[in-house]
Design a protein around this ligand. Sequence first.
Ligand code: SF4
Ligand code: SF4
Ligand code: FES
Length: 467
Amino acid sequence: MSETATPVAMVNVQIDGEWKQFPKGTRVIEACMQSGKFIPHYCYHPKLSSPGNCRMCLVETGRPKMAPDRQPVLDAEGRPEIAWGPKPEICCSAEVSEGMGVRTTSPLVEECRKGVMEFLLINHPLDCPICDQAGECRLQEFSVEFGKGESRFREEKVKKPKRVDIGERIVLDDERCIMCSRCIRFMKEIANDDVLGFLNRGSHTTLSVYPGKRLDSNYSLNTVDICPVGALTSKDFRFKMRVWFLKETKSIDVNCGMGSNILISSRENVVYRITPRENDFVNSCWMPDSHRLNFHYLNSEARLKDPLVKGEEAPAKWTRAIEAAAGKLRGCDPTKTAMIASARMTNEELFLARRLAEALKIDQFDVLLRPQQGDGFLVSDDGNPNTTGAKLLGMATGKMAGIVSGVESGAIQTLLVLGEDAVDCGISNGALEKLGALVVMGILKTPARGLRMSFCHPARGPRSAAR
Ligand code: SF4
Ligand code: SF4
Ligand code: FES
């Protein structure tokens, strides 16, 4: 019996005078956004619940005018006439309903936004010049676009804790917090580690970790991403670079087999931060801290910028290094030669490694597999990003144990190591010393291991799994 999808019920909604259809259950703010109407908001986040506590998304709404027979009154075009409500309504938690009307830009709505901005700024410290969020701050942006442009507040601002160390990787500035509760909801609803909450009332409300708790989850830095202001900042990134200088490059996380979508922020070829990029099929809007912080090796002292030839003056010229490697490989005995490639390599690199193995008639080649304990969320059970590619290209052969014992016993005399550290594969330093030829491709020199290099440090972040 073939399965048929249940049709989604659609409702007719009038937004700024235009009638549109939306699936039942759509939040009004989402219906407005889908119609190209931007609604300023702070507490609303599409992946979190909607408590409706910032009031920034106020709009005018109306419901169909009902006749005495409880049927909607229709206009000349057969559409329901709308009875507009006397008060504005937040649109982030309400859902669309049949015959609903929404006004997103009326004078009342504009007045509401000005009022909310004025309240939000009353106690705000406005230390934008030293705030890491400056340049990507929603309070700054909405002040310009929807604020009054002046303050009537002449009293003393409420003072709150600044530079509060609430977690291994997070600093909180309570004066900048606008109490949107996004961070609280993220930790409770997504990271499954309910450690944040509000203390006190009114203008003395402050965000805090619960007594005895810390914001140390391996997903804690997602709270920095979704904090609309500079209240939560990353210890790793704060004061390192003004965000408007950063160039954003779309990429994929290579720390495990999950392939979370990421944005790399860099300036003049130096990476300053990595943040998640939305992809609902892979990582939604999130990523683990341990993965986003594993990039400092790129600028490490051990980074190789030129090739090295053992026993010769460093750095070598590329032509000399290639000639030296080719000299070692040309005419090598294929039965005494092995290649270790990496499931961290791209498909293209793995394809070329396979071509090289074929050209040298090497039969003993493999990649290093990295099974690990995932966290059931965004850290996968596979510590390699491209095990699938290595398998499909025939590079994952299961011959690693034979290669290791061959090198240890001296049966293998020539070894090519591409994108891995042979020691990580289980080969001892002593056995490597005895090889007739060792050719290594990598981006880091590991000082303790002489000329052997590794492609990437293991993830350095904490291991506390969030879920
Ligand atoms: S949070 Fe925004 S408005 Fe507040 S100090 Fe930082 S940049 Fe300025
Ligand atoms: S710290 Fe940021 S995310 Fe958390 S409640 Fe305050 S403003 Fe919202
Ligand atoms: S976004 Fe609607 S109340 Fe905050």
